[in-house]
Design a protein around this ligand. Structure first.
Ligand code: C5P
Length: 202
């Protein structure tokens, strides 16, 4: 049997990152934030590189760039993410990561539907757009970014719409995903709910 794979998908700023890190630590699994791959390609496209070429030549150094977290790169990421050649170029790396011995947690938009359709456990983490904007705003404000809450809400909603409406691997829950709405949950409660749902599949 393949190593245990956990797929965690959902819209922007729903808490996937926090939950994925905690789940990976709990089970002793490796964690891949797949959004970082698209952000790295988006950052290169902002510098003028062809997105498909950027995806094909991506290196681990590109993922270490410390300016990948901002809203401009996020928008660029969601724009390059609609390009089938970009998604295809990133597929093997993600699937190899998922097969790592010892187990893996991957979080993104299409892990349970496209990257790892046979994942052992699939979660779809959501929260209302307002709650997600509040959380992302708090994060960005704490890191010193000069951006308003309204701007963050508009950014999150624009990205979600693009991610849901694209033809290639759109954001949607896999038929067998467990949905967790974190709107009214503390971080601790969301993590505990996720771990319980996964334990169920072990
Ligand atoms: O998760 P994060 O917000 O960092 O992702 C940035 C963008 O990358 C998303 O808005 C989405 O367009 C794209 N993405 C994707 N598929 C994934 C992960 C991210 O299309 N598996």
């Amino acid at each position: 049997k393949d190593p245990f794979t956990i797929a965690i998908d959902g819209p922007a700023a729903a808490g996937k990152g926090t939950i994925s890190k905690a789940v990976a630590a709990h089970f002793g699994f490796a964690h891949l934030d797949t959004g970082l791959l698209y952000r790295a390609v988006g950052a290169k496209s902002l510098l003028g590189m062809d997105p498909a070429e950027a995806a094909r030549t991506l290196t681990s150094d590109d993922l270490q760039a410390n300016d990948l977290r901002g809203p401009e790169v996020a928008q660029a990421a969601s724009k390059v993410a609609v390009i089938p050649e970009v998604r295809a170029a990133l597929l093997d790396f993600q699937r190899s990561f998922a097969r790592r011995s010892g187990g893996a947690v991957l979080d993104g938009r299409d892990i349970g539907t496209v990257i790892c359709p046979n994942a052992d456990a699939k979660l779809f983490v959501t929260a209302s757009a307002e709650v997600r904007a509040d959380r992302r705003f708090a994060e960005l404000a704490a890191s010193g970014a000069a951006i308003s809450r309204e701007q963050v809400l508009a950014d999150v909603m624009e990205r979600d719409a693009r991610d849901r409406q694209r033809a290639a691997a759109p954001l949607k829950p896999a038929a067998d995903a467990v949905e967790i709405d974190t709107s009214d949950m503390s971080i601790e409660a969301a993590i505990a709910t996720a771990i319980r749902a996964i334990e169920h599949r072990r």
